[in-house]
Design a protein around this ligand. Structure first.
Ligand SMILES: Cc1cc2nc3c(=O)[nH]c(=O)nc-3n(C[C@H](O)[C@H](O)[C@H](O)COP(=O)(O)OP(=O)(O)OC[C@H]3O[C@@H](n4cnc5c(N)ncnc54)[C@H](O)[C@@H]3O)c2cc1C
Length: 415
């Protein structure tokens, strides 16, 4: 075991997305001094539903987050419907989910949970010193040997630990010697929202009270619909086979209703009517397949400085297991626990445990997310009864995971 005396670390979190904010919150609660540097000013934030399985929710509970502030809908089942007419094919019940895994299956609006995490990270209330959040700070240079970071606006800092939560196009990753390997997938996604009040007023089919994630289609063409924001918003992701002209890589790409409808040929007329009469905020996204990266951190030779990659920067994945943000919450939970007073690890030791804990698990989830892109039966829940091969990902291993126990074992075996 290390002989270092525990000290509170100066931590720079690069990126104020869901991953960065959760990492900041986890680290501040352990007594570290945390500053979050975000390249933008959050103006024009967009978003739709984000489901938060128990393996993510348990960490937010651990950090004292009151979920009611994020206006959750609690999911009770998955529903599979026929593409052409919405007829129910099968249901996967999640009624015993909380009892089995300890926490509910929350469905949230991305903007609500982002706001809540920002508030908890920066609030005077709660364990630890409030994090500082600096907007319009785009990190351009990161040196893991010295903890030095330079920003586009000319500011420089030197810290003990850098947590790079700078997203799928992370600028930090190449500076750690990692060349990202990714390719454009043949899938695109269009996001459309419905206001529940308007759906009711127009007398259209209302899916807001089904307490479910509902799927139309099972392959590349797939609709994923779910209510969020206290059932006030119904969110719909429409996956389709993308071609030339669908190269846009940003949610801020508005697309027309015509494009949405033509991407969903032969779809249930009930949904098409919803799109037509009350769909709003229609945005398109091209999906990319990212290969797993070789390592998740670099530490200085002295062991006293280091950079950890977190969230999409470390393990960008297809959205089809609904685990990207949840995996980022787990990453944050891991860092907070590893760098707690309980262990008194140096930065190099802690980051080694972080990688041992996170890499194998998220790589498996990443692979299963890609398989679920083309086969809904690979999705946790549905996979329980339908998938037989050995690499299958199960809802029990994802949602019932005891990460603290695993970290305890890893530290006992490796430090
Ligand atoms: C269609 C779709 C549906 C999804 N549904 C779910 C779901 O239901 N459940 C789930 O768990 N996940 C879901 N995900 C995945 C989830 O959205 C992501 O995994 C998650 O948002 C990643 O968070 P992050 O903080 O790592 O990255 P981001 O959200 O990309 O945040 C990165 C932040 O870093 C900032 N930044 C970038 N570069 C710099 C820099 N150089 N300096 C400073 N700041 C910088 C960015 O501006 C941004 O704020 C879905 C994804 C998609 C595409």
């Amino acid at each position: 075991m290390t002989v270092n005396t525990w000290k509170s670390l100066d931590v720079a979190v690069l990126g104020g997305g869901l991953g960065g904010l959760s990492a900041a919150l986890a680290m501040r609660r352990q007594g570290h001094n945390v500053t979050i540097y975000e390249r933008y000013d959050y103006a024009g934030e967009v978003g739709a539903s984000l489901s938060c399985a128990s393996n993510g929710g348990r960490w937010l509970h651990d950090w004292g987050v009151d979920f009611s502030k994020a206006k959750p809908v609690i999911l009770k089942k998955l529903i599979k419907r026929k593409w052409e007419n919405g007829e129910i094919i099968s249901e996967y019940p999640l009624g015993d989910y909380e009892q089995k895994y300890g926490f509910p299956y929350y469905n949230l609006h991305r903007i609500d949970i982002h706001q809540v995490l920002k508030d908890y990270a920066t609030s005077e209330e709660g364990e630890g010193k409030p994090c500082e959040l600096l907007l319009n700070h785009k990190a351009t240079k990161v040196d893991y040997n010295t903890g030095f970071v330079e920003f586009e606006n000319g500011t420089t800092i030197t810290v003990d630990l850098v947590i790079a939560a700078d997203g799928i196009r992370s600028l930090t990753k190449p500076q750690l010697g990692i060349t990202p390997v990714f390719k454009s997938s043949d899938s695109g996604c269009i996001r459309v929202l419905f206001d529940t009040k308007k759906v009711k007023e127009l007398g259209l089919t209302d899916y807001s009270n089904n307490e479910a994630i509902e799927y139309w289609g099972e392959t590349k063409f797939k609709i994923v619909l779910s209510p969020c924001a206290n059932n006030e918003v119904i969110s719909c992701y429409c996956f389709f086979a993308a071609g030339e002209g669908d190269e846009k890589n940003d949610w801020n790409n508005d697309v027309s209703l015509e494009k949405l409808i033509s991407s969903c040929e032969g779809l249930d007329p009930v949904l098409v009517e919803l799109f037509t009469k009350c769909g709003y905020d229609i945005k398109q996204w091209r999906l990319y397949v990212h290969e797993p990266i070789p390592y998740f951190y670099k530490a200085s030779e002295t062991g006293t400085k280091g950079v950890a990659l977190l969230g999409d920067a470390a393990h960008a994945m297809m959205p089809d297991q609904s685990q990207g943000a949840v995996a980022a919450f787990e990453d944050s939970g891991a860092l907070g626990y590893i760098f707690s007073k309980k262990f008194n690890l140096s930065i190099a030791e802690g980051l080694k445990i972080y990688e041992l804990e996170r890499k194998e698990r998220v790589t498996k989830i990443q692979a299963a997310s890609l398989r679920a892109r083309e086969n809904l039966n690979e999705r946790i829940g549905w996979s329980s009864d339908n998938i037989k091969h050995e690499q299958k990902l199960t809802i029990d291993e994802v949602c019932g995971y005891d990460m603290k126990a695993h970290i305890d074992e890893l530290i006992a075996a490796n430090i």
